[in-house]
Design a protein around this ligand. Structure first.
Ligand code: NAD
Length: 490
């Protein structure tokens, strides 16, 4: 990412679409240019060209947005939940009318292949928002307990800080829940992927949300992110990103005792129990690990198989990974695009090189640039085996298309291995009978487990155990994140 003064952009400015050429923050319903009119360039990771710009805001814009959100809060939170839902139905419709642009934006700023941009990014984001609107109708907003009326109301000003891997979905997972709850929002999207957040802001304006209910302040994490986390008028920070930065956000926010919701990294295990359909389990694990070029917090980046199945599992994983179509994300047949930035490619390549140097075996892929793709931040879908149980590649999140196979001898050992990292975000169990697989899933210390290929549910609670975070998003749980509870004694 680089910063330039608006109007003085550099590389390949001819490719910039008007919807992606932005230089302002949305504050209190007005588009406000930051002082100095600086913007950041947005790069397409497949072409390495500049395809857009975003405002590079500072502390002043963050402060103004927080005040605007604070001013809008009493009115927004006083609306009946049904009235908020009616307004937010308009937001959902305004987003749905931008469907093709959202898909094109996701391809361009993330590098996600067309089908992944459609299904995993945009469809899922829209389903999450619709899920919140449905959940709001079911939620117990008030109840009587003895002589008390217990009411649930929006927490106040919610600062939402989001990463770049599923930018549209991650923003809606926070903003949708917060707005339904009656909180008002200041959003700081990731530096690499601010463009879908601008499209959300456009939809907010079109849908006629009251000014200040939603504010957008693109900028750097250490500047705008920290200003939001530290600000005394922010009641809650909802953060999705790395464990390292989440820990920093918590520390900064603790000074003012605000609520902090964290959705952090993972190193999730897909466990194939003896007697499971090995072929389906291994193929599905490779696909899930490589989805979005492995830049998925819930990626099953570890595949645990019984030692007697290891050789067959290695062969199936090699064949499946080699069969994945890597390349231009705009082509319908592409299954894996580039990773999101040169820095991310460098990080992923480093993990592969260190794993091999530490004794892991390369099953397929590797650190070298894929043939025929001289431009773009491409990484070959990589499968490793034979790593030591305490190796970095087994314990740390790579956030790239890298799967590591491990062998176990007993179910208890498989469980200890699956639970043996600091993370606890997701996982999978494959077994010959559902009851046995569910029993194993219950023993996993992780926020969600898919049994025999159970599908992602956009209204089920989503969040981590341990260093994968403490929040729960989606469905009614994602609304409750942003609620305060008050007891009125009668
Ligand atoms: P990151 O932690 O570097 O950045 C996330 C956000 O925090 C960005 O908007 C960034 O600008 C901001 N930020 C950076 N420094 C900050 C600071 N000091 N104070 C406040 N904000 C700051 O993460 P990333 O590289 O954008 O995303 C990848 C990480 O996110 C991975 O670890 C991944 O597992 C995790 N993730 C988790 C989930 C989940 O739901 N659990 C979902 C997606 C991604």
């Amino acid at each position: 990412m680089s910063t330039v003064v608006a109007g003085a952009s550099s590389r390949d400015a001819g490719a910039v679409r008007p919807e992606w050429d932005r230089d302002a923050a949305l504050v209190g319903g007005q588009w406000v240019r930051p002082g100095g009119r600086t913007v950041t360039e947005v790069e397409n990771p497949a072409t390495e060209t500049v395809i857009g710009h975003a405002a590079d805001c500072g502390v002043a814009e963050a402060d103004a947005a927080i005040h605007a959100a604070g001013a809008a809060f009493p009115g927004w939170s006083a609306l009946a939940p049904t009235a908020r839902v009616a307004i937010l139905e308009g937001l959902a419709s305004a987003l749905e009318s931008r469907y093709d642009l959202l898909v094109q934006t996701t391809i361009a700023e993330v590098g996600a292949p067309l089908s992944v941009a459609r299904e995993a990014h945009v469809d899922t984001g829209l389903a999450v928002l619709r899920g919140y609107l449905d959940a709001a109708r079911e939620l117990a907003w008030e109840e009587h307990v003895g002589n008390s009326l217990v009411v649930r109301e929006g927490i106040g000003v919610a600062a939402c800080i989001t990463p770049w891997n599923y930018p549209f979905y991650q923003v809606l997972a926070k903003v949708g829940g917060a707005l339904v709850a009656g909180a008002t929002v200041v959003l700081k999207p990731a530096e690499l992927t601010p463009l879908s957040a601008y499209l959300l802001a456009d939809a907010v304006v079109e849908a006629g949300l009251p000014p200040g209910v939603f504010n957008l302040v693109p900028g750097r994490g250490r500047v705008v992110g920290e200003a939001l986390a530290a600000h005394p008028l922010v009641d809650m920070v909802s953060f999705t990103g790395s464990t390292r930065v989440g820990s920093r956000v918590s520390a900064v926010a603790s000074e003012t005792v605000k609520r902090v919701g964290l959705e952090l990294g993972g190193k999730s295990a897909s466990v194939v129990l003896e007697g499971a359909d090995l072929d389906s389990a291994v193929r599905a694990t490779v696909d899930a690990c490589m989805l979005n070029s492995g830049q998925t917090c819930t990626a099953w980046s570890r595949l645990l198989v019984h030692r007697s199945d290891l050789d067959r599992a290695v062969a199936i994983a090699r064949e499946r990974a080699q069969g994945l179509a890597l390349g231009d994300p705009t082509r319908p047949e592409t299954e894996i695009g580039p990773v999101a930035s040169a820095a991310q490619r460098h990080t992923v390549i480093g993990f592969i090189e260190r794993a091999l140097a530490a004794g892991a075996t390369l099953v397929t892929g590797g650190a070298d640039r894929p043939a025929g793709l001289p431009v773009g931040h491409y990484v070959r879908p990589t499968v490793l085996a034979g790593a030591a149980p305490d190796a970095e590649i087994v314990r740390e999140e790579v956030f790239g298309p890298v799967l590591v196979l491990e062998a176990y001898d007993t179910d208890d050992e498989a469980l200890a291995m699956a639970n043996g990292t600091h993370y606890g975000l997701a996982g999978a169990v494959w077994g010959p009978d559902r009851a046995g697989a569910v029993a194993f899933a219950r023993r996993m210390r992780t926020g969600q487990v898919d049994v025999n290929g159970g599908a992602f549910n956009p209204v089920a609670p989503f969040g981590g155990y341990r260093r994968s975070g403490n929040g729960r998003e989606l469905g009614r749980w994602g609304i409750e994140e942003f609620l305060e509870t008050k007891a009125i004694q009668l």
